[in-house]
Design a protein around this ligand. Structure first.
Ligand SMILES: C[S@@+](CC[C@H](N)C(=O)[O-])C[C@H]1O[C@@H](n2cnc3c(N)ncnc32)[C@H](O)[C@@H]1O
Length: 296
């Protein structure tokens, strides 16, 4: 898909209208035009005001029509069809091997960096790394600190490796295959910062998910057991032992799990426990830390 196509603005706009009449969401089509075609949302808006101007697309209209058709007919995520996804200042390679990183998860990075502001981070971890998104963001923010990214899925780890090799700022990261804290046992007690976006969808909701998600994203990345809290319980139960004194853990969770997750953190002996909201104002994150020795 390397063709460069020069088009009159008015022709492109009428072609876009035809494609939208096939179905689908305008926001998704414009995302495709931007990421695959190279026509940014602001350039598209300018074209609507000045349709006499020409535009350049870096793929042919036929290729874009084919991708849009596959998305509409088979509910394949556009990110999988394009193979890329912009996320938190980087552009990741994505595939069916791992969850497509979500916009709200960008907030987990911001919350983590706020929590450790002014603190020396000797070692960090990303549990359930998937595409490697969070691990890359942490490695770029703390290039001097060694980091560990864990996943149970070998396919996800292969994707995370290629993303980390392309996008992480240094080679001070390590990948581990296994269950949550297990492969990190040699460093238990040393983690100053741990982030985790675990699978948290209750089993009975999985079949009701949008087919774009349900039929194309790995269920290992989605399914959190009967109440959605199975993975969170496992992660939280090992947190006290694995965190350093003063170390932080930050978790993402489902929109209705805040109280339950905060209670699990309390039961695990952690302190400074608090929820944090997503962009819609819903509590979707939980933060906690292991007490410093002089506070214990
Ligand atoms: C919701 S996805 C998050 C992926 C990525 N961190 C993100 O935010 O886009 C959860 C990840 O946890 C992994 N996972 C599921 N069960 C696991 C387990 N028992 N131990 C380690 N990782 C696990 C999945 O393979 C998946 O990559």
């Amino acid at each position: 898909m390397t063709t460069v196509q020069l088009l009159e603005g008015s022709s492109l706009l009428s072609w876009r209208r035809q494609q939208l009449e096939r179905g689908g969401r305008r926001v998704d089509f414009d995302w495709l035009l931007d990421l695959a075609g190279g026509l940014s949302w602001s350039s598209l808006q300018r074209l609507r005001v000045e349709p006499q101007h020409s535009v350049q697309l870096r793929v042919s209209l036929e290729d874009l029509e084919r991708i849009w058709g596959l998305h509409l007919d088979q509910a394949i995520p556009l990110q999988h069809l394009v193979g890329r996804c912009p996320w938190h200042e980087i552009e990741l390679t994505v595939s069916a091997a791992a969850l497509i990183p979500r916009q709200e998860t960008e907030l987990l990075v911001d919350l983590a960096l706020e929590a450790i502001a002014g603190m020396y981070v000797g070692r960090w971890a990303d549990l359930g790394t998937g595409s490697g998104a969070l691990a890359i963001a942490l490695s770029r923010a703390m290039p001097a600190s060694p980091g560990h990214a864990v996943d149970l899925s070998a396919d996800a780890l292969a994707l995370a490796r290629s993303n980390l090799e392309a996008l992480a700022s240094t080679g001070r990261w390590h990948l581990h295959q296994g269950r949550w804290w297990d492969p990190l046992e040699p460093w238990w007690g040393q983690f100053d910062l741990v982030v985790c976006n675990p699978p948290y969808i209750p089993s009975e909701l999985i079949c009701h998910l949008d087919p774009v998600v349900r039929d194309h994203e790995p269920h290992l990345a989605l399914a959190g057991g009967t109440d959605g809290l199975q993975a969170i319980r496992e992660v939280v139960s090992g947190a006290y032992r694995a965190l350093s004194p003063g170390g932080w853990i930050l978790l993402e969770h489902h929109h209705d799990q805040s109280d339950a997750v905060l209670e699990l953190l309390r039961e695990a002996g952690l302190s400074s426990i608090r929820p944090a909201r997503d962009l819609e104002g819903i509590n979707r994150f939980a933060l906690a830390r292991r007490l410093l020795p002089d506070q214990a």
